[in-house]
Design a binder for this molecule. Structure first.
Ligand code: NAG
Ligand code: NAG
Ligand code: NAG
Ligand code: NAG
Length: 393
């Protein structure tokens, strides 16, 4: 089964590990739970910093936000933002009621001496070391912090803390184009490490494709350890659709001296193509979904589930990525035991119109390896100039 191979490849290599906790059958069921929450919201509580939230407990997260934006993320969608997102998936995916493993419980930090030795967690030493002092400084649980930081890592900083004196520094954005995700607090400290080798639930093909959109802002540190921080597309600081275009281009080069395990040739100098991405783009069960996303402007998964897609109307949408991310973030918990602090996470900013889908400079529509048999790959123009070459992150 190719999808099983793909799942296994994702498990060992990739950035995204979405899991669907068994007791959260559908996004709709979760939404209903989230909106009720654990404690009765105290409507319109004012926090010390002047922000208004529904639940006073959420005020504690504004100082965390104001600290981590400049001091953990350097106000950019860079290596630390990518690491925070990857860490959240690895913590959450380790869930098994029978084998142990509490899901999104922070065990990857609380029991770092155990879990960081698992092969699947290779490369997460840096994000763990980065997050530990912030968790201690703010006296929050590791489980909550990991998911909060990840949510920040993929949404933008349109939020400008009132007590910041340098508005230009904080107006820089993290991962423009990302969908807005919610945040729930209240995960207790983990009691035990997750066991090694927990394989994710099988993915539906469309889910695989939607979740791989996160490779738009991702890179690999350990696939080829000689070139850490090698991105998967030419625009790793934008949550855009380039990954879907560039993986469909004929592969011609390896970014390093030798191919890493699970790596195939990429089309753009300085970018790495995962074998799993390449297979999904060309598999007849996923190739048409893949190319549909290639043609979408802005957050691709928003379009996938939004009836307004053809009109390009992005307001009021519910993205598959957002839904999957939010379910992942509470694996192992009941939503009703947590407090919805989504109002601490501000609305993301959109991509600029100049960041629309395109062929990297030096590429040609003929370089697209058509896989979908029912519709042609959308047509793009190449950026002008010499062939695109991408720097490591
Ligand atoms: C694991 O956590 C402990 C306690 O917070 C910390 O001192 C240690 O440096 C961590 N180890 C790694 C590999 O991150
Ligand atoms: C940290 O939080 C815990 C649990 O909320 C609380 O019991 C403890 O007093 C706090 N410690 C500090 C130093 O604020
Ligand atoms: C997809 O490809 C497989 C293997 O190449 C083939 O057996 C199958 O019939 C194809 N399915 C469709 C719907 O084209
Ligand atoms: C866009 O979609 C939203 C929500 O579905 C709707 O309220 C709004 O009227 C739409 N705007 C346009 C211009 O169609």
């Amino acid at each position: 089964m190719i999808l099983q191979q793909i799942s296994a490849t994702l498990f060992s290599l990739a950035f995204i590990r979405c899991a669907y906790g068994r007791h959260y059958a559908s996004p709709l069921a979760l939404d209903a739970q989230v909106s009720t929450g654990a404690s009765t919201p105290t409507k319109g509580t004012k926090c010390a910093g002047g922000q208004t939230v529904n639940n006073a407990a959420c005020c504690a997260w504004f100082p965390v936000l104001e600290d981590i934006l400049p001091n953990m993320f350097d106000n950019e969608c860079g290596d630390d933002a990518h690491g925070a997102l990857r860490l959240s998936f690895h913590d959450a995916i380790s869930f098994s009621p029978s084998k142990g493993g509490g899901g999104a419980d922070g065990s990857i930090i609380t029991f770092n001496d155990t879990e960081l030795n698992y092969a699947a967690n290779d490369g997460l030493q840096d994000p763990v070391a980065t997050e530990i002092p912030f968790i201690a400084a703010h006296n929050v649980t590791a489980g909550d912090f990991i998911q909060f930081a990840a949510g920040k890592g993929i949404t933008s900083i349109s939020y400008r803390p009132t007590n910041f004196h340098d508005p230009t520094a904080v107006s820089l954005s993290l991962c423009p184009g990302a969908p807005q995700v919610g945040f729930m607090m209240g995960r207790p400290t983990a009691k035990a490490p997750a066991p090694d080798g927990l394989v994710p639930e099988p993915f539906a093909p469309a889910d695989v494709v939607a979740l791989l959109a996160s490779h738009s802002v991702a890179g690999a540190d350990t696939v080829d350890p000689t070139i850490p921080g090698t991105p998967f597309d030419s625009t790793p600081s934008l949550f855009d659709t380039q990954i879907f275009i560039e993986v469909q281009l004929k592969g011609t080069l390896f970014p390093g001296q030798d191919p890493g395990q699970g790596e195939v040739k990429s089309a753009v100098e300085g970018t790495m193509r995962l074998q799993s991405d390449s297979l999904i783009a060309r598999d007849n069960r996923t190739s048409c979904a893949w190319q549909t996303l290639a043609g979408q402007f802005r957050s691709p998964i928003v379009h996938m589930v939004d009836p307004d897609v053809s009109t390009g109307n992005l307001s009021g949408t519910q993205s598959a990525f957002k839904s999957a991310f939010e379910r992942m973030a509470i694996i192992g918990h009941k939503a009703a035991d947590l407090i919805d602090c989504s109002d601490v996470i501000p609305a993301p900013i959109a991509l600029s119109p100049v960041d629309g889908p395109h062929l990297p400079a030096g590429q040609n529509q003929k370089d697209i390896e058509q896989a979908c048999t029912t519709a042609p790959f959308p047509t793009f123009t190449a950026q002008p100039g010499p062939a695109t070459s991408v720097a490591a992150m």
